[in-house]
Design a binder for this molecule. Structure first.
Ligand code: AHR
Length: 321
């Protein structure tokens, strides 16, 4: 509660100084008075689009003003957006950090201004966890481990397995953690990660990197793609090389967006680890609790599952994203 008296005071000072009424009476607890600043990573994937829709829709439904900015994959744009939200005296700042490192300075500025910060989807590697109130999102290490578990079962009888890895954006938490989780499980020496490169979480990136992998390596058994979009790009490259995705080369991905699930139902992807983008309603709840002065959980892990081909066929008709 004390924090919000601070926020309101900072906001009032800023309004007085700038004449810009961006802030709100944060202590009132009335949704109509709350202003939230959200900095999104960009629009790199189907997952990201679904995440943006979930967040914008949830705040609209709750009648809470959302100032939204798209960082187009650049950390400097996110830092600028956060500074602008601090200046405007918003009640809560939320963001999905494009990369894990390099946030301490701007988070210290938010803390000094008394504005609570919520991390959604991705975390930061700051030593000081007082920089943020809550982190809402998936356990990316567990996701990588689930992919690894499937690989162990799928290739139980194989003597040697050549794996190529399409990594997410370099330095991003899901890229770091999904690589780590996979390696935690795929420990048998018969598994060889023969190539690993970033495809930046995009379909075009996945296709381009896979084309290069195929040229350099004639015997690829498995693609581990850190998201569906890169897996879908890899499918295009595999088909263009005259091979059958899902048969000649097995594919495991993370996300379970509709396009990925469709490819899984067609047998072009073999297994998907779910990563849910539907974070909007929970973020709204966190914001309301913070503004009301209630305590919030420091870490809220998203509930997720995995999908085989049969499960994808069953789930697809009701898939929201
Ligand atoms: O941070 C979540 C990841 O970011 C998703 O798995 C990926 O599709 C997105 O771009």
């Amino acid at each position: 509660m004390k924090k919000f008296i601070g926020v309101a005071a900072v906001a009032a000072t800023l309004i007085a100084l700038t004449g810009c009424a961006g802030g709100a009476d944060a202590g009132s607890g009335d949704s109509g008075d709350i202003v939230v600043g959200f900095s999104q990573v960009g629009a790199e994937s189907g997952w990201r689009t679904a995440n943006t829709i979930s967040i914008q829709g949830a705040f609209e439904d709750a009648g809470i003003e959302l100032k939204f900015s798209d960082a187009q994959g650049k950390q400097e744009n996110q830092i600028k957006a956060i500074r602008s939200y601090i200046q405007q005296g918003v009640d809560v700042i939320a963001f999905s950090p494009v990369v894990e490192s390099g946030w301490d300075e701007v988070l210290q500025e938010a803390k000094d201004a008394g504005i609570p910060v919520v991390l959604t989807d991705r975390s930061v590697d700051s030593k000081d966890d007082s920089f943020y109130e809550s982190f809402l999102g998936s356990d990316f290490i567990l996701e990588g481990e689930k992919a690894g578990d499937w690989v162990n079962t799928e290739f139980a009888d194989a003597d040697h397995v050549n794996i190529v890895e399409l990594q997410g954006t370099t330095g991003a938490a899901p890229a770091n953690d999904r690589a780590e989780g996979f390696r935690n499980k795929v420990t048998d020496p018969k598994f060889e990660i023969i190539a690993s490169q970033t495809g930046d979480f995009t379909r075009a990136g996945g296709k381009q990197v896979m084309e290069a992998f195929l040229k350099a390596n004639p015997d690829i058994d498995l693609v581990y793609a850190h998201n569906d979009d890169m897996g879908l790009g890899a499918i295009e490259a595999i088909e263009a090389a005259g091979l059958v995705p899902g048969e000649d080369i097995k594919i495991v991905t993370v996300d379970a967006v509709k396009d990925g699930m469709t490819a899984l139902s067609e047998g072009k992807i073999n297994f998907i680890v779910e990563c849910s983008p539907l974070l909007g309603p929970q973020l709204v709840d966190i914001v309301k609790s913070l503004v009301a002065g209630d305590s919030v959980e420091k870490r809220i892990v998203t509930e997720e599952t995995t999908f085989t081909k049969e499960q994808a066929i069953e789930a697809l008709p009701d898939r929201q994203y």
